[in-house]
Design a binder for this molecule. Sequence first.
Ligand code: ZN
Length: 384
Amino acid sequence: MKLSLKPLVLIASLLLTTSAFAEEAKPAEFRLPQVDWSDKTICRLLKSTQRREYHQVAVQRGLACAGSVKAIISAESSREDYEGHTVLVASDVSKSAADKAKKWLSVAEEAWFSKDDPAWDLYFPIILTIVGTNTNAGEELEQKFCEIVKAEYPDGYYRSKCANPNQPGCTGACFIADYAREGGASITGWRTIEGYHLMILAVNPSPEYKEMIFHEAFHIYQISHITTEDHREFERKMGKVSDVHNNTVPWWSEGTANYFSASLYSKQPNVKSGYFKEVMGEHLEYYGDGAAPIVGQYLRSKKKLYDIDYSSRNGLGYRVGTWFVAYLVHNESEQKIFDFYASLDELGFDESFTTHFGKPYRDYVDDFDVFFKQPISKLLRIIP
Ligand SMILES: [Zn+2]
């Protein structure tokens, strides 16, 4: 049971919002308190939502239920700055949880953010916001974040989500607060436009949490290699443009992030040997014996990997994209992927791919499709 849940948790967290411009999850239905609502209704909603708006009314009316949530609501988030980073932590997140997130982020940065790389100047600043599960604390953190952006990144502010606080059911823009409700992690926004990378993280006790931080850090690595301010051009360089339709596709941007985060995680101290194979098997819904049903789903879809969009069943583009990257690394090495990114901004996606991997990406996917028709035992042999 535990094993079969694992990839679902990972996929769900990745689907929430992963790269720049991703759709936000819808906030829960919320109505502002009305004067004709009964005390009982106010208390019921306060207890179930823990929202500040209901708390204010309960305090004004002198209701006993106001006292029950006071401690949570009055707590404050914290800020810490260190080289290239601003870390904002919601009041319901412990210091040790925040320290762990910072540590895992730094492990990823040390692995991937090279000083010799043309993108070195663009990896930072990173604003890391960490939420727990309390919605009020998440909203308070979001307000704090927006105040900081307004004061310290005034040019970026008006193009950020902070300046567009019109989502229904939210007191603010509700993008960071959503993660307290839904969990997950993302890179939201665009360094070139807003002036910073924003990583949003909901603390999570599962082992996938560390890998999730690596995954998001890899998105920072990718985005830092694209300097255009044109949205379409940005998507092209991210590898998110399909050949046959207008929806964005995850195979490359998510496949590389998934592959490199699992690869890096598998090399950490105390990670069991065989972990990488296990995770790659799970991407295909293979749990040590029996079939790998995702392989058949992909081959039967009759779609090319680079045309499978984000909405595909079971996260097919994510899963098979991760396997494509494994195949590419097996043939070419991890370093070649970093070389691809180093010349991406200058050459563009297609030419950088052909330059570093010797053939157009479409031809490489054709080769992959032949490779992927083999039994799972043979597929797993390429995973280190
Ligand atoms: Zn992602």
